[in-house]
Design a protein around this ligand. Structure first.
Ligand code: COA
Length: 387
C-alpha cells in the first residue's frame, strides 16, 4: 500500500471571526492550501470536510456542497462528523479512499464557526450534544463538568495536584505566544491559572480551551504523485482510531482513555515506532486533565504521573518531549471540527522546519492525537519526512 503524502496546507488564524462566514473562512484555508501545493484545483479528485456542529452553530448543514465548489474544487465532497475529532476522521476517510484506489488526491478541510452563537450556554449545549444526551447533557453534565469529574477522579486516585494541571496551561500559553495563528498569544503565570475563576470545580478558566472560529485545509495525494507538487512532502506513516463508550459511567476507569490506547497501538504499529521514537506531539488538551491523561496513556510517563511530568518541565518546547508546540487547544484555540487539521498543519510545518520561533529541534517523527467528546473517539496519526 502506498503511503499518503501531504503536499500543501492552509489555514485561517483562530479566534473570533465576526466579519467572515463559514464559507469565507474555508475559502481562505483552501486557497492557501492550493497555493502551497501549487496544484490546479481541477486536479483535486475528492473533498472531505470535518465539522462537528455547523447545523447548530450556523444553521447550515450540507456543508460539503457549500464549501467545495465555492472554492473552485468541483470534486465529489463528503462531510465527516466525529465531534471534536471530525477533522482527523475526515483525513482518515480521505486516506482510505486514496488507498482503496478511488482517487489519487483529496482536499481535506476542517471548519467550525462557534461564535455565531452569542450565549455561552447555547455554545455549551451545542458542544454537549457530543456527550450522551440522555445520561450526561440531559441532566446538566456539560463538557467542563465531565472533564471535572475525570480531573477529580485523577486527583483522588493518583494524588495529582491543581498546580500540576495549571503547569499544562502555562506551558501551552508559552508555546502559543510564539504562534502567529493562535487565539491567545499571551504568556500566563501559574498564579494567573490557579487563581482564575471556577468553571466546573476543580476546573478553572485556564484549564479550558476557548470557544473558537477557524478553518484549516490540507491537500493529500498518493506517495508516487507527491513530488509533482512539492520537493518536501510529509508522509503519514501510521494511522489509528479508537472508540469507547460515549458516557463516562459506562467506562471502568475514567482516569484513562481506552480509545487513545487503541488508536496509538494501531498507528504506532503501522509506523513501526514506539513512544521513544516520538520527537514531538500535538495532543488534544481540550481541558488540562485531557493532556495529563494522554501523556500517561501514550506512555511518555507512568500512569498517574502525567501532571508531575508536566510540572517538572518535561513537556516544554525542546525538553524531553515537546508537547503541543503550537500552543495546543488551550492557547491556539479549539474550533472543534477543525482542530484535527490544525494539528496536522502544525506537524507539517515542524517537520519542514517552517515553525519559526516555536520550531522543535528534534523533528524526525511527529504525532497528532485528536479526541472526540470526553474521549469516546480518538484518532492518532504519525508523520515523517522522506520515505
Ligand atoms: N482560557 C483563557 N481565557 C479565556 C477562555 C479560556 N478558555 N475563555 C474565555 N477567556 C477569556 C476571554 O478572552 C475574556 O477575556 P477578556 O475579558 O480579557 O477579554 C474573558 O475570558 C471572558 O470571556 P468570555 O467569552 O465571556 O468567557 P465565557 O465565560 O463565556 O467562556 C468558558 C469561558 C471556559 C466557559 C468557555 O471558554 C468554554 O466553554 N470553554 C470550553 C469549550 C469546550 O468545552 N470545548 C469542547 C471541549 S470537549
Amino acid at each position: 500500500m502506498e503511503k499518503i503524502a501531504i503536499v500543501g496546507v492552509g489555514n485561517t488564524k483562530i479566534g473570533e471571526w465576526y466579519e467572515n462566514s463559514l464559507r469565507g473562512l474555508t475559502d481562505i484555508a483552501i486557497s492557501k492550501a492550493i497555493e502551497s501545493a501549487n496544484i490546479d484545483p481541477k486536479e483535486i479528485e475528492s473533498t472531505f470536510i470535518g465539522s462537528m456542529s455547523s447545523g447548530i452553530f450556523n444553521q447550515q448543514e450540507h456543508i460539503s456542497a457549500l464549501i467545495g465548489p465555492h472554492s473552485g474544487v468541483n470534486a465529489p465532497a463528503l462531510r465527516v462528523e466525529s465531534a471534536c475529532a471530525s477533522g482527523s476522521q475526515a483525513l482518515r476517510v480521505a486516506m482510505m479512499a486514496i488507498s482503496a484506489g478511488y482517487y489519487d488526491s483529496a482536499l481535506v478541510v476542517g471548519v467550525e464557526k462557534m461564535t455565531d452563537l452569542i450565549d455561552i450556554g447555547d455554545v455549551t449545549t451545542a458542544l454537549g450534544t457530543a456527550s450522551d444526551s440522555s445520561w450526561e447533557l440531559g441532566v446538566g453534565a456539560t463538557f467542563p463538568a465531565l472533564f471535572a469529574l475525570m480531573m477529580r477522579a485523577h486527583m483522588h486516585k493518583y494524588g495529582s495536584t491543581l498546580e500540576e494541571f495549571a503547569s499544562v496551561a502555562v506551558k501551552n500559553h508559552d508555546n502559543g505566544s510564539l504562534n502567529p495563528d493562535a487565539q491567545f498569544r499571551r504568556k500566563i503565570t501559574m498564579d494567573t491559572a490557579m487563581k482564575s475563576r471556577i468553571i466546573a470545580d476543580p476546573i478553572r478558566l485556564f484549564d479550558c480551551s476557548p470557544v473558537s472560529d477557524g478553518a484549516a485545509a490540507v491537500i493529500v495525494t498518493k506517495e508516487s504523485l507527491a513530488k509533482k507538487y512539492t520537493d518536501d512532502p510529509i508522509y503519514i506513516t501510521g494511522t489509528g482510531a479508537g472508540t469507547d463508550h460515549i458516557a463516562l459511567h459506562q467506562r471502568p476507569d475514567i482516569t484513562t482513555m481506552e480509545s487513545t490506547k487503541r488508536a496509538v497501538k494501531t498507528a504506532f504499529d503501522m509506523a513501526k515506532i514506539t513512544t521513544k521514537d516520538v520527537d514531538f506531539i500535538e495532543v488534544h488538551d481540550c481541558f488540562t486533565i485531557a493532556e495529563v491523561i494522554t501523556l500517561e496513556d501514550i506512555g511518555f510517563c507512568k500512569k498517574g504521573q502525567g501532571g508531575k511530568f508536566s510540572l517538572e518541565g518535561k513537556t516544554a518546547l525542546n525538553s524531553k518531549i515537546s508537547v503541543n508546540p503550537s500552543g495546543g487547544l488551550k492557547s491556539k484555540g479549539h474550533p472543534v471540527g477543525a482542530t484535527g487539521i490544525y494539528q496536522v498543519i502544525e506537524v507539517f510545518h515542524q517537520l519542514r522546519n517552517e515553525a519559526g520561533k516555536r520550531q522543535v529541534t528534534n523533528n524526525n517523527v511527529g504525532v497528532t492525537h485528536n479526541i472526540g467528546g470526553s474521549g469516546a473517539t480518538c484518532v492518532v496519526n504519525v508523520f515523517s519526512r522522506g520515505e
